[in-house]
Design a binder for this molecule. Structure first.
Ligand code: AMP
Length: 420
């Protein structure tokens, strides 16, 4: 016997019935985003490595340590996408979508890859549900993107989630702050954690959201980003907050929230969920006004978010999960000596009437057919025996109640459709 092969470390099989929950979450995303005028985009999972180096940034953990990068047979450096905003921006530039109706509103759902240490809520292949709005710089866009996100989460039944919000300012404010922060931190270099010492050169803003206690002391006296905001960045942020107030979105301003990626400008946000342990961020997002230009397009602003679908499903409200798992199937079984072929024919009749049906495909005893139907979570079993066949009737058994009744075959579809 051959060696059993396991799924690659950090990747998972999603199996039924769980996949029904995943499908229901994705259906809700499509519906909610559709209600805001978003359409789906599907970009390749493989991209030129340079795409992520130039957008996410070389100094970030994602690009520096976590990408699945390899050379293909022709020596090109390719990477499995660690996120999708860069891919969406690339597609936008590649297809000259500047001339399309702007803003462009797109969403995506799919697998992403990061070589991180696997733990609860953190996988090497994980799924993101994300949305991007390209071509509008105004604060109403930031506001509407967040409203859409909050609506989606409330459709899933989440309550009490708070959007953590901050601004990292525009390019000018961010640059001024970067200088101020490095000036302040440089004399304290020795007191910083090794990671933060490294980031001092590559990505100093990242030091702000360090979880290392060594850094917290040093950061106490650090200059604050809000003191470096120019008037336009501050005005933009105020307008976003006003819009969220107006729509009663629960948010808190987190001056230390900077997000790890290089391309963010102005608004950044995150949503944290209780019950996930260390990996508790379920959404990350923000504005990226310089990204399209960085990728060779005309300057064009953008904003978006990505939801970690694996984590979202780990903390999904029970009500939504139960609804998603409810089987709506009806089972049809033949009672010997009537053959299974007759059950299949009856199942096909019902499917033509738009009823989802599980047909018993093998000749077997009623007892074992009922047992199988019960294990499949089916409520109704339609039985077709010799007596029924002779009289043009069927017997419908309610597995929950243990009751059954016989009716004309022609009434069956209407009966099943009416039954709860
Ligand atoms: P980011 O692109 O890093 O802002 O990630 C957006 C969201 O994706 C995070 O808030 C997480 O919910 C999710 N996420 C990121 N990395 C992972 C991972 N390795 N495993 C599971 N979810 C992840």
């Amino acid at each position: 016997m051959g060696r059993k092969i396991q799924a690659v470390k950090g990747t998972r099989d999603l199996l039924p019935p769980d996949t029904a929950v995943w499908a229901a979450v994705e259906r809700a995303a499509r519906e909610t985003f559709g209600a805001y005028g978003y359409s789906e985009i599907r970009t390749p999972i493989l991209e030129d490595t340079e795409l992520f180096v130039r957008s996410v940034g070389e100094g970030t953990d994602i690009v520096g340590k976590e990408m699945y990068t390899f050379t293909d047979r022709k020596g090109r450096s390719l990477s499995l996408r660690p996120e999708s905003t860069a891919s969406v921006a690339r597609a936008f530039v590649q297809h000259g979508m500047h001339s399309a109706a702007l803003p462009l509103k797109v969403y995506y759902i799919g697998p992403h890859f990061r070589y991180e240490r696997p733990q609860k809520g953190r996988y090497r292949q994980f799924f993101q549900i994300g949305a991007e709005l390209l071509g509008d710089a105004g604060p109403q866009s930031d506001g509407e993107v967040i409203l859409m996100l909050v609506r989606f989460l409330s459709v899933l039944g989440f309550e009490g989630l708070v959007v953590q919000l901050n601004t990292v300012g525009d390019e000018e404010s961010r640059e001024a702050y970067r200088k101020g922060l490095v000036e302040y931190l440089e004399p304290h270099r020795e007191a910083l954690s090794p990671d933060s010492q490294r980031r001092l050169g590559s990505n100093p803003l990242r030091i702000l959201d360090s979880k290392d206690p060594a850094d917290h002391g040093v950061l106490q006296g650090a200059p604050r980003l809000e003191d470096f905001l120019n008037a336009s960045s501050a005005g933009h942020f105020d307008a976003v907050c006003e819009m969220l107030d107006r729509h009663d979105v629960a948010y808190s301003i987190e001056p230390r929230l900077v997000r790890g990626l290089d391309y963010y400008t102005r608004t950044v946000f995150e949503i944290i969920a209780a019950g996930l342990g260390a990996q508790d961020a379920i959404v990350g997002g923000g504005r990226y006004d310089g990204l399209i230009e960085e990728l060779g397009g005309q300057p064009l602003p953008g904003i978006g978010f990505a939801i970690g679908e694996d984590r979202l499903i780990e903390v999904l409200p029970e009500r939504f999960r139960i609804e998603a798992l409810k089987a709506s199937l009806v089972a049809v079984a033949a009672v010997p000596p009537v053959s299974a072929a007759e059950a299949v024919a009856l199942a096909e009749e019902l499917r033509s009437e738009n009823l989802p049906v599980l047909a018993e495909l093998t000749d077997r005893s009623v007892r074992s057919a009922l047992k199988r139907a019960d294990r499949a979570g089916v409520k109704w079993v339609v039985l077709l025996g010799e007596q029924e066949r002779a009289t043009g009737t069927v017997t419908v058994r309610d597995l929950e109640q243990g009751s059954q009744e016989t009716m004309p075959r022609g009434d069956l579809a209407t009966y099943l459709r009416r039954s709860p």
